[in-house]
Design a protein around this ligand. Structure first.
Ligand code: MF3
Ligand code: CO
Length: 289
């Protein structure tokens, strides 16, 4: 459909198309003609939506800050779940994981060889030397946010601490590649190269995702892509950078009994950090970490 220059923009801003997304659309079309994968309109957010998602992100950040203050050896992962529920409610939000595709808890807690989607449990107590990913996702006034951090419990061996640190560096190097008219593959390669340079591997099967109006939106985000490939990044896109970095091989297994818990096949530790990022006109803005 050809949009009228003077008609309302498709993004819902109520601005005239020519003063809103017209120039951007022309640019996107050019990349598409050149054979690149380009985003659909559905995943490009307008200002009002961005503001809502930004507020949701602030709640997510505050919840993770709180967990960071409280987390310690001896605490069960169920206790982390309870804290997430309590804090989320205090802020007027809803934990996005609860009930998502049958998930029965409000946060994911993944320790050591657990790659992701660890289910909080009264029986799993944090102990000295553990590394844990706490993955928090919030619905706030209808908008979704998603981010996760690693926490080192007590005296963590250098080898594991390095995995945690390098994984964060991977995300930050990926983030530096997030700018309009670049490609998701620029980000993906930056993440992967740094992991590999440190002798680690990056999980293939599970990646990041668009986020904001729903918990998991298009595009699916891989960290095994190459520079100049994959989807074009344009202002208004919001997605997560959340690589799972394994100390050993990239092979993973999913627990058959619970259907969720992902572990490394070799039993070696895995780390993950998740940032939620907005592509802006100038570069990017981190909406949650
Ligand atoms: N928070 C995870 C992510 O980063 C998704 C977890 S799905 C859940 O994408 F159901 F376990 F919450
Ligand atoms: Co995510």
């Amino acid at each position: 459909m050809k949009l009228e220059r003077n008609g309302a923009c498709w993004c819902g801003s109520q601005k005239k198309y020519k003063f809103c997304h017209m120039k951007m659309d022309e640019k996107i079309s050019k990349f598409q003609r050149d054979g690149h994968i380009v985003p659909t309109r559905k995943i490009i957010k307008n200002e009002e939506q961005i503001q809502g998602i930004r507020e949701s992100g602030k709640v997510n950040i505050a919840i993770l800050d709180y967990i960071g203050e409280k987390i310690c050896a001896g605490m069960s992962t169920e206790e982390i779940d309870r804290m997430v529920v309590e804090k989320t409610e205090q802020f007027g939000g809803i934990p996005a994981p609860l009930g998502f595709e049958g998930y029965l808890k409000s946060v994911c807690t993944s320790i050591d060889e657990v790659v992701c989607h660890g289910i909080p449990s009264e029986d799993r107590l944090l102990k000295d030397g553990d590394i844990i990913n706490v993955d928090v996702s919030t619905i706030y006034q209808g908008y979704f946010s998603d981010s996760s951090r690693m926490f080192c419990i007590g005296n963590v061996p250098d080898e594991k601490r390095k995995l945690v640190d390098v994984t964060k560096e991977c995300v930050e190097l990926g983030l530096a590649q997030v700018k309009p008219w670049g490609f998701l593959g620029d980000m993906g390669q930056a993440v992967h190269d740094h992991a590999k340079a440190n002798g680690y591997s990056v999980v293939k099967e599970i990646g990041g995702h668009g986020v904001g109006l729903e918990f998991h939106e298009d595009p699916w985000i891989s960290y095994r892509t190459r520079k100049g490939t994959d989807m074009l990044m344009v202002p208004g896109m919001i997605f997560t950078i959340e690589p799972m970095v394994n100390m050993g091989s990239d092979a993973i297994e999913i627990d058959e009994a619970d259907g969720w818990t992902v572990t490394t096949k070799d039993g070696l530790p895995s780390a993950q950090w998740e940032y939620m990022v907005l592509v802006t006109e100038q570069g990017h803005e981190v909406l949650a970490y």
